[in-house]
Design a protein around this ligand. Structure first.
Ligand SMILES: [Zn+2]
Length: 438
């Protein structure tokens, strides 16, 4: 495939939409222009033909939780480099978290991030607005101004920090109702996790590292689903990591509370046993939990209790990550490995089929973020946001080959068997064969 001009149209031959039967599709003028036998008939002579025999076609993936680090930590990532990583990873839209420097807590900052995303042009970048001024947890930010800005913010989060004050959380939940927004909570009771280094359990006891109890997450989720139900607002729970959290969410949904939740690929795949290596690449917030938690998270994602996979892509510079465990920053990159890890955790295990992956990684996250043009089915007339995945390859994760500016992936050397091989954003090729296309 060559570089694409906006006017290029693509005849994608023989892709299996949602893992079903092979079909031809024509992407032209930014939309899915034709499907099946019509696709080749409708194609102009200068169409670019893509041999997609054996590949899976999904709607472009949507990430609810990405740290792009700009403004402030451009040494770790920029909107441009993070957008490139997203495109390579099969994403056509990402939500950029607010914990930048300055914090995205005003219309000015969210518009800056939004403009940078448009300039990069590799995926739709939707800024998340901070809930509190400076993520300080004491004063509500200008939620309405951010919602009405050019960035049209709908997701608000102090992610990295928890909105631990119940009164502020209640006010935020009430406030966002006016514009159909959602508060995305990083559920971490601060007093229970002071100086915590890893999951509290048998491994932390052996390693002598300060533990991070499951109840620090679960108690906040329990409080917040009750608050959301009380005020009749929409709550989203970031990076659910414990079996108990899944149980609380299942109960809340059963009660009709308007709550959604996400899980990261790493919490579906890694456990606190990985921490025995003291390798800081496994240091993350919330921490890696136990195999029982992983099993419950997989089950919760499969049965829909957990709505979405979100990467929590958290790039860090070498100086912040390549040091001893206690000093290392928390977080791991995830955009470029999400498909491979989710396939290993959910598809290869028979818990989800590819239609299920499309639902959890595209349709539902787009709905939670209220993104009208994303997460749509691959049907004639819909925006041509399409990701082609090779599900029968075999490759080894190589951090040096990644588009992200940072290298803090926990999967270096990991063998995986599913990989995005082409991403189309409104009919334009943004990445192919692991390389960004501009
Ligand atoms: Zn977080």
């Amino acid at each position: 495939m060559s570089d694409s001009a906006p006017s290029t149209s693509y005849l994608i031959k023989g892709a299996r939409v949602l893992g079903g039967d092979a079909i031809d599709m024509l992407l032209a003028d930014g939309v899915v222009a034709a499907l099946g036998a019509d696709a080749a008939r409708s194609a102009e002579s200068d169409v670019e033909t893509v041999d997609a025999a054996g590949l899976i076609a999904l709607p472009g993936l949507v990430d609810l939780h990405t740290h792009l680090r700009e403004p402030g930590r451009e040494d770790a990532e920029t909107v441009d480099s993070g957008s490139a990583a997203a495109a390579v990873g099969g994403f056509t839209a990402v939500h950029a978290m607010a914990n930048t420097d300055p914090v995205a807590d005003t219309a000015g900052v969210v518009e800056q991030v939004w403009h940078l995303g448009r300039r990069a042009g590799l995926c739709d970048v939707h800024p998340v607005g901070a809930v509190t001024v400076g993520l300080g947890g004491s004063q509500l930010a200008e939620l309405g101004a951010m919602a009405e800005s050019a960035a049209r913010v709908r997701v608000f989060s102090d992610d990295g920090k928890c909105v631990s004050d119940a009164v502020l959380m209640r006010r935020a939940l009430e406030y966002v109702k006016a514009f159909d927004g959602v508060v995305a909570q990083h559920a971490q009771e601060p007093r229970l996790t002071e100086a915590a280094q890893m999951n509290e359990g048998s491994v932390s006891a052996v390693l002598g590292l300060r533990g991070w109890p499951a109840v620090a997450e679960e108690s906040v989720i329990a409080r917040d689903v009750l608050l959301a139900g009380h005020v009749g607002s929409r709550l989203h729970v970031c990076h659910v990591s414990t079996a108990g959290s899944v149980e609380i969410l299942r109960w809340a949904k059963g009660k009709g509370i308007d709550v959604t939740a996400e899980v990261t690929p790493h919490h579906l795949f890694l456990t606190d046993e990985n921490v025995r290596s003291y390798d800081p690449r496994f240091k993350v917030n919330p921490p890696l939990r136990t195999q029982d938690d992983v099993d419950a998270l997989r089950e919760g994602l499969a049965d829909g209790t957990i709505d979405a996979v979100a990467t929590d892509h958290a790039p860090h510079s070498l100086e912040d990550k390549d040091c001893e465990w206690a000093a290392a920053a928390m977080g791991m990159t995830g955009l470029e490995t999400a498909v491979g890890i989710v396939a290993a955790a959910m598809v290869d295990t028979g818990l989800l089929d590819w239609a299920g992956v499309a639902d959890r990684m595209s349709r539902r996250p787009a709905r939670i973020g209220r993104l009208a043009g994303q997460g749509r089915p691959i049907e004639v007339g819909e925006p041509a946001n399409v990701t082609l995945i090779d599900s029968e390859t075999r490759y080894t994760v190589d951090p040096k080959a990644m588009a992200s500016r940072s290298r803090n992936t926990p999967y270096a050397g990991q063998d995986l068997s599913a990989r995005p091989v082409a991403t189309f954003l409104r009919g334009r090729l943004t990445a192919s064969e692991g390389v960004v296309r501009r």
